[in-house]
Write a protein that binds this ligand. Sequence first.
Ligand code: ATP
Ligand code: MG
Length: 417
Amino acid sequence: MMLEAFKQHKTIRHMTIGEEGYGQAGAIFRDEQDRIWLHLNGKISKRYAGNLTPLIRKTGDHPTAYDVDTSDIFTPFAARSHNLERHSDFICLDEELFVQKKTSTSYATHTVSRNPVPYGDILAPLFEIFMEPTILNEVLIRTSIPEVLRNEPPLSSGVILYGEGGTGKTALQKAIADVYQKAGAHSAELNVAALSEKYIGSLAHNLDAAIAAIVETSSKDGKPAFVFLDEATSLVMNTASHNSSGADYYQEAVDVLKKYIANYPDLVFSITTNADPETFDDTLIRDGRLAPVRIPVPGRHEKAGMWQFFIKKYNILDDISMENALQLADRIPMEKGAFISRFCKDYLARKKLAMETARAETGSLLDSLAAGHFVSLDSVKKQITLQTIMDDIGQSLENRPGKPARPVMGFVKKTAA
Ligand SMILES: Nc1ncnc2c1ncn2[C@@H]1O[C@H](COP(=O)(O)OP(=O)(O)OP(=O)(O)O)[C@@H](O)[C@H]1O
Ligand SMILES: [Mg+2]
């Protein structure tokens, strides 16, 4: 559609003085030094077609007299400068090159050359996820994060994140959704239970309607959408793993998913599950549809990273050294991220409670409060050292509900709720 529109328009090279238009995608790009280049054979259109299409004005007689507004424009990296310099179809809009070429005057200008949102900001949610780089890389590639960041069409259809509880599957999925949003794309969470209950109609029907609505939003502005389902085991299981009455019901829903994966490359899916990958529906993962990625229990360094992060996040201590963080990591050989985040989140409140109740002879918080005892958060924090944290971890491990943690052999399947 866009190509048809451009056919009717002239090239940038043939613009008349004072003429304005939006350059087609590829009309401007960057070299390795982040300098912006204009492709004179690129076409212009009167219609803005997204942040790859800059507004261009021919400002004078000189062959390089163009004014290009790059303030909200994404400029992909296209080629190295030494190749571009040899080509008369490309002109550099940055002064440095003209100086370098010893050209007397530069006519070409552009207002802002940087991408308006630095990638670091967009990616911030993912820096709060602690996982082995090879695992995280795989997930990011399979959820098309590099393309979303650069405003390119997704190359992958998505993932099934599986593995033990508390390893960060849900947190990772949420972080990816946040990155999509920050990058200007879409994300939407779907809930199998809610879709099953929603008035009359099957899960498949409701799922179809929900995804169709996301497609509509996504196609309106041409941005990809991340569709994520947390703990949607029923949607990834093969027919044999469902009981006979549920098989058809879920199979129809899986077929809906497959339909969208096959036909809508702008949709990227993510599903988390505790199920054994042996039970996954083969057709859902075949031919590069959804990539199953096992999220492992965290290693020593990932745990240390989480201790550093959560201790700071919940204001327990200021920065702790990596050495101390590793000591804390070694204190919980069997635990996962969920333990660390929960422990840190509750820590100040628990310490405060302990100090408050210690003031009442009965050990009752109620008595302590009634007697008007007051413990400030500051005085709580003054008591906290690495050693108190170490001791309290021990307490916390002993008092945890359920069985004591045992080393995990092979894959542990969570029993269905
Ligand atoms: N690898 C990790 N990186 C960062 N935070 C983590 C990680 N693992 C766990 N957490 C923290 O622990 C909390 C619980 O983890 P999360 O719910 O994501 O685990 P899960 O794998 O989805 O577990 P389940 O299978 O039981 O749903 C998260 O909200 C997060 O704060
Ligand atoms: Mg989860």
